[in-house]
Design a protein around this ligand. Sequence first.
Ligand code: TRP
Length: 451
Amino acid sequence: MSEKRSSFTGKIGFVLAAAGSAVGLGNIWRFPYLAAKYGGGIFLLVYLVLAVTFGFALMCAEIAIGRKTGQSAIGAFRSLDKRFSFVGVLASIVPAMILPYYSVIGGWVSKYLAVFATGGIHEAAADGYFEGFISKPVEPIGWFLLFIGLTALIVLLGVEKGIEKVSKVMMPVLVVLTLIIAVYAMFMPGALEGVKYYLTPDFSKFSATTVLSAMGQLFYSMSLAMGIMITYGSYMKKDVNLEKSVRQIEIFDTGIAFLAGLMIIPSVFAFSGGDESALGKGPGLMFITLPKVFESMKGGTFIGALFFLLVLFAALTSSISLMETVVSIVRDKFGWERKRTCLGVLIFSIVLGLPSSLGFGVLGNITLNGMSILDMFDFASNSILMPIVALLTCIFVGYVLKPKALIEEIEVSAPFKAKTLFTVVIKYIAPICIVLILVSSVLDALGIMKI
Ligand code: TRP
């Protein structure tokens, strides 16, 4: 990188920047539909346990690697041990796989904002509206192009600092609005069943797939296992308390995901009249239930429009940072100038995103074990590539670099309270669990073996 590496100013600057990358569609769109699909309370419980163990240890490790080396993923692994440079390369593939389909969903959010802003609330809340929209061949692609084009434009002009400033104001508003909608949703007739489903773990629904999905979601939501946190760590000053920052990012990210689930899952129960199959709607869940909630609210058009606007901002800050990552990797590798790289990444992402969009209509017959094309991209990145990167990171830190090296880095700023947990998770628990879960659930997904 030719520019000088700047640092985040102040202590809170780091946490906000990392939280800005972490909070996005993963929290509001992805978490609730997974929780609904994988048994509600049991998914939530597994997720929380993983967050305070795996998530915590891995985020500490990634940020410490970044701060220690002062480099982003590929360079960081290379400078620590040449044999492990490939882990950095592998990690860098993930954002390139996520960006295209992330932008397809970003397009859906833009469409819903437009519909609400133009008073189409009843239309949007009607049964079958969402399925009708995403199965169209042209319109969703138009919104996808708009979303990714806007992302590319912001990355190209380098005005993301402005967007980030706006989003720092909008993020707290999003939290408050989500809270209001969640409380409202919980009191709708029939919603209490949903609250129960979401909050009480049913252990009979526990399976390897539950754990793998929760783990994939954890990586995704916290932007782990793709080199992002290494990059953020490289910008972190040595006097910022690393452990405390990780805790704060985790609480923030998990808190928003939890609220989003509380907003969406009870509504599913309220509007499906107790029909549990409505929970399995997958990626469309947020777009199917929330319009119905808004329709039943006083001032629902305004609240709905505001909500989708805020979600759009959260999605944009994430897609910008995803694209930035891909752009900087390509530039480092090929030495292209910025404009050319942006254009290249844009075209690549459009080509990769088109099938994800068309997979709900024209290409609807292409499925793998019930997964649409978008689900396949999501599965390949979150449930396969990211666990592999996480596993390699743990092996590298646990047995090659040794946890001590990172503990020392973390202790530069303050004593590392959870260092025993960190060591045990990185060396033993995480690697063993990841291998077991990965193997069993890949077999499961391919339909070879049911566990
Ligand atoms: N964590 C983001 C979310 O919850 C999504 C995401 C994954 C992301 N990887 C990223 C965002 C990298 C920015 C950078 O939506």
